[in-house]
Design a protein around this ligand. Structure first.
Ligand code: FES
Ligand SMILES: [Fe+2]
Length: 342
């Protein structure tokens, strides 16, 4: 069950070209391409003739030609050409999905097209804000997308899973403050005057003395998590008195069992330091590979326990609230669909 009337990241803008790209979203196959004028297009990737993927074909002008028998479809999904037929019947068409490109990502509206409002695109402005710099990529995860936002809303796991990068031995000593407002869940944890921060932040900031580290993580359903984290030196003697990062996470369900995880790590200091950009990206990617590894196994185990009910502990308060908020919004959307059908 997915929240449909939402924007989901379908691709990085640079992935959408004149060559068709197949990508599954919410268990649906889509084909992406670009028109001659550069507009991004997303269509159902199942040709209504005999259901070959349109992505097997090629883009000609603004249309895509199926690679099997040559039916052509325009960006609105209408069939514009059937080989050997004077005029393609109007009723032959595929679904066209609204696409909006922003900050280097191509967002796709997976619900009712007439409800697609670009003002509802989740905020990822850091991706192309001149005050911030960083790098990202897509990770393919063998696990349901819920396991990914649950992973990000309880960062105590870093202590055990990310020992060489994001681990912080003090993290479990500090409680979280969780708030829900405006259909978002926010989790804050401030680790005051801790002897040592994580290996990665120690390396980046050169901290040698006690520091304070904060985590400020916001979940926006259905699948967006923005991590604001930073470290400052209580004594303020180091060159990097304070460092601050955002880790941006858009977790797009591919199928119920797999997720395309679009992410980036960005910072607002040492903007011209390409070596630091590379180092932070690689360290974070290595950590996310560890998440990918454990989530795939967690997902597999959960398949063996129908109606699995997790044990709750205080550090996953934000996980629980995030899941409840998503469930509430999905139920409301289902209710509105049912009422509309009556
Ligand atoms: S399956 Fe696409 S034209 Fe035949
Ligand atoms: Fe992690």
């Amino acid at each position: 069950m997915y929240l449909r009337n939402m924007w989901y990241v379908g691709a990085w803008s640079h992935e959408v070209t004149r060559n068709p790209l197949q990508r599954w979203m919410l268990d649906e196959p889509l084909v992406f391409y670009r028109t001659e004028a550069g507009e991004a297009v997303a269509l159902d990737d199942r040709c209504p003739h005999r259901f070959a993927p349109l992505s097997t074909g090629e883009v000609i002008g603004d249309d895509i030609e199926c690679g099997y028998h040559g039916f052509k479809f325009n960006p609105e999904g209408n069939c514009t050409h059937m080989p050997g037929v004077d005029k393609a019947p109007q009723k032959v068409c595929v679904r066209a999905y609204p696409v909006a490109e922003k900050w280097g990502w191509a967002f796709v509206w997976m619900g009712d097209a007439d409800k697609a409002d670009p003002a509802l695109i989740p905020d990822y402005h850091w991706l192309d804000d001149p005050e911030w710099v960083g790098q990202g990529e897509t990770l393919h995860v063998d696990g349901n997308y819920r396991l990914l936002f649950e992973n990000l809303m309880d960062l105590t796991h870093a202590k055990f899973l990310h020992k060489t990068s994001l681990a912080n031995d003090s993290v479990t000593d500090f409680p979280v403050i969780v708030e829900e407002a405006d259909n978002k869940v926010n989790m804050k944890r401030t680790m005051k005057n801790i002897a040592k921060t994580s290996p990665l932040w120690t390396k980046v900031g050169g901290f040698t003395e006690a520091v304070t580290q904060w985590q400020d993580v916001t979940f926006t359903p259905p699948n967006n998590v923005v991590i604001n984290m930073g470290v400052y030196s209580a004594e303020g003697t180091t060159e990097n008195k304070e460092i601050e990062f955002r880790i941006l996470n858009a977790l797009t369900p591919e199928t119920k069992d797999t997720t395309n995880y679009f992410w980036a790590i960005v910072r607002n200091f040492k903007l011209g330091d390409d070596g630091l950009t590379k180092m932070a990206f690689e360290a974070n990617r290595d950590a996310f590979e560890e998440d990918k590894w454990i989530i795939a196994q967690q997902h597999q185990m959960m398949q063996t326990i129908p109606d699995a009910k997790p044990v709750i502990f205080p550090h996953d308060k934000a996980v629980v609230k995030s899941g409840q908020l998503l469930d509430k919004l999905i139920a409301a959307e289902q209710d509105s669909v049912a009422i509309a059908a009556e």
